[in-house]
Design a protein around this ligand. Sequence first.
Ligand SMILES: Nc1nc2c(ncn2[C@@H]2O[C@H](COP(=O)(O)OP(=O)(O)OP(=O)(O)O)[C@@H](O)[C@H]2O)c(=O)[nH]1
Length: 349
Amino acid sequence: MNQEKIPATVITGFLGAGKTTMIRNLLQNAGGKKIALIINEFGDLGVDGDVLKGCGAENCTEDDIIELTNGCICCTVADDFIPTMTKLLERDARPDHIVIETSGLALPQPLVAAFNWPDIRTHVTVDGVITVVDSAAVAAGRFADDHDAVEAARVEDDSLDHESPIEELFEDQLTCADLIVLNKTDLIDVDGLGRVRAEVASRTARKPTIIEAKNGDVPAVVLLGLGIGTEDDIVNRKSHHELEHEDGTPHDHDEFDSFVVELGPIADPAAFVDALKGVIAEHDVLRLKGFVDVPGKPMRLQVQAVGSRIDTYFDRAWASGEARATRLVVIGLHEMDETIVRKAIEALV
Ligand SMILES: Nc1nc2c(ncn2[C@@H]2O[C@H](COP(=O)(O)OP(=O)(O)OP(=O)(O)O)[C@@H](O)[C@H]2O)c(=O)[nH]1
């Protein structure tokens, strides 16, 4: 049996940056490498797994795609990730490469640190951490906080020990990166992209390689085979939380919430999506995704909203025996009022 360590690539990046899209491309051009995929998603609707299983890549079959659904991978390392990895390594057919997609809200640091656990370390190494960035969102200032407002809030309440949770998470994901992919370059111009590159570089003290991409289209040879062994360097990539709580207090994701909305069939999806934009903007929904049942259509309609930008496409036929339904996962900051947002979305049908 080949006892060389299996390389594992960790793909991280904020909600909607384009991680799943990049992985789908990767699976389709991985040149015969047998890939096992571990996917972790925030919210109780396995959209990413569904999308990736549907891409039909021969080098990564449905059996090779493992979904971790018990919360963010960074919080469930011991209970979920390590046992999953152990089981994967016990398989007769070892993969050539393991790819792990973290949830958009995950801190990559605890996940990478888990590769130093004795049972894992002897069999696997982190080939590299790749952080995908939504360049358009950076250009729109979505990760830049209103520092004056934060300072004012701190004066009111001195228990506030950090900046906006989104900004902090964005920086933590950049700080952990070996390679940063500035994705969605089609949505901004060259000058804007230059500013995004400068801003991203300024938010990490390290100097990872930064490349640009559209629709996550990056050759597999660029993504796989970085050969870094990131677990050996993880102490130099501490998250804000680790720096602020050196006593080891565990972090949580209390700042974010998600819920699933179930609706009946939607006869006019264009009007629905249009109205949905208004709800998303009014209630600061960060991410919304799922599937819509359009009466009379044999295919289901996939809806992907990142901020108020919404993409829709018919992705596959409803399977025989599969209950047709409209199901959407909604993710926002904790202060988002679930009852109000749920009612606002239900009122669109
Ligand atoms: N215009 C444009 N859209 C893109 C690009 N890359 C991805 N998208 C779209 O952005 C949306 C989110 O992409 P995903 O790949 O699902 O993002 P993700 O990072 O996996 O999202 P989460 O898992 O929810 O955090 C989808 O509608 C994609 O089609 C790009 O380069 N340009």
